[in-house]
Design a binder for this molecule. Structure first.
Ligand code: HOZ
Length: 431
């Protein structure tokens, strides 16, 4: 049995001073009935906790670590930049390099602004959409998660789904009334809202590939119909590609599905593991941002050279010929090795995968919607998680978060995972 004594000691100390002992709720492990692991360090596709246990890490910092932990070119870039300083609150050349890289990966992004997190990116994009259109309301989708700004914490995924919360206290009714909620993969639910509130909706925002209710994929034609409908009504389409950007394809889910949104939000990978976000899109919209226009948006640490140097090193690696074919191959290999195990228990399970993102749902018959995801048996997931952890496999501590593969995972990792799954599924399903 693995022991977690040191993690438990640290958690006891943390709970005295940090609410719930954590700085982000999902990592508290509450929904899987454990106290959290304290990570000491990571190498490639593995992490090591403070008790000396090693795990195959399928969280990859929730997405940024596409190349694995402690990736040498990223570390070197940070070390080099560090010699010069850490922050100036002034212009630096890294901002331009990053803007050039982002716009070269995403043709829909003509101008881009750096921020410090995905939350800042979505929050700022929505403000910009409101300023540009002169309209107040936004439409989001049930189960999509766009960070924790007030407008988005209504029927959201991620931590809210994990802990069964419909929304958050502390959001004024005046704010909530401007957030309309539609059903993912259901165009009629969007049309209905646009008809009910004619000329009031500034933007529709969504994760083109849902990654915060577990992985849920767009049905054929959903994104293109949504693009056509929003265009027809003068409503901006905002893709939150904080998870799918630089992962679903070189140019994100918008490249994979051939859609051109008006604005795109990015994060995670562009920081190479340091805190960064960005939002960008059509030039005519972006030019409404201060100091050019009247939509205010700012940040002392925005465009931070240390974080951007990590992101630039990361994006350079992703620019390598054949990178995305290799990444897709990782996903295919992972699925091919665990598929026989899943099939053995198919009366209990569904499995969704797109490239290097995946979710094993404890619900049979496929998961194509938020409603179906919510039917997953979270107690079975918790038992599965606990046994996998004992077997040295570190999965998301929630049924409603994705598995993130990285280039640092090996065939041996996937084989070990498949072996562990046999034991963990027996235990979880009570066979
Ligand atoms: N919202 C993150 C996953 N989608 C979890 C962040 C964390 O707990 O670190």
């Amino acid at each position: 049995m693995r022991q977690f004594d040191k993690s438990q000691e640290l958690f006891a100390r943390a709970t005295k001073l940090i609410p719930g002992g954590v700085n982000s709720p999902v990592r508290a492990f509450r929904s899987v009935g454990l106290s959290p692991l304290y990570i000491d360090h990571g190498v490639g596709g593995h992490v090591f906790d403070v008790d000396g246990n090693e795990y195959i890490d399928y969280i990859s910092s929730w997405g940024p670590l596409l190349l694995g932990h402690a990736y040498p070119p990223v570390q070197q870039a940070i070390a080099e930049e560090l010699k010069r300083g850490t922050s100036y609150g002034a212009c630096n050349a890294r901002e331009i390099e990053m803007a050039e890289l982002i716009t070269s990966f995403f043709p829909s992004i003509e101008m881009v602004r750096m921020v410090n997190s995905g939350t800042e990116a979505t929050m700022s994009a929505v403000r910009l959409a409101r300023g540009f259109t002169g309209r107040n309301k936004i439409i989001k989708f049930e189960g999509c998660y766009h960070g924790h700004a007030d407008s988005f914490l209504i029927q959201a995924g991620s931590g809210l789904a994990t802990y069964g919360q419909a929304g958050s206290a502390g959001i004024t009714p005046e704010t909530a009334v401007d957030t309309l909620v539609a059903t993912y993969n259901d165009l009629e639910s969007v049309r209905h809202l646009l008809e009910r509130y004619p000329n009031e909706v500034a933007a529709v925002i969504l994760e083109p590939v849902m990654g915060n209710m577990g992985l849920i994929l767009p049905e054929e034609g959903f994104l293109s119909s949504l693009r056509a409908l929003t265009q027809e009504r003068g409503v901006l389409l905002i893709f939150d590609e904080v998870i799918s950007g630089f992962r679903a394809a070189r140019g994100g889910a918008q490249e994979l599905y051939g859609i051109t949104p008006d604005l795109t939000c990015l994060g995670k990978i562009i920081g190479g593991g340091l805190p960064v976000g960005a939002f960008g899109g059509r030039r005519d919209i972006m030019q409404h941002l201060a100091p050019l226009g009247d939509v205010y948006q700012a940040g002392t640490l925005s465009g931070n050279p240390l974080a951007l140097s990590a992101g630039i090193a990361m994006l350079r690696e992703l620019s390598r010929e054949g990178f995305y074919e290799q990444l897709e191959e990782q996903g295919r290999l992972f699925e091919s090795l665990i598929r026989p195990v899943i099939d053995r228990y198919s009366e209990h399970l569904s499995f969704n995968r797109s490239g290097s993102l995946a979710t094993l749902f404890f619900r049979p018959g496929g998961v194509h919607s938020n409603a179906e995801a919510k039917q997953a048996n979270t107690e079975q997931y918790a038992r599965f998680f606990r046994r996998m952890l004992q077997e040295g496999i570190y999965l998301p501590p929630s049924q409603f978060e994705c598995i993130f593969l990285s280039m640092a995972h090996s065939r041996e990792d996937y084989e070990r995972t498949a072996q562990a799954m046999i034991l963990a599924l027996e235990e979880a399903l009570g066979h």
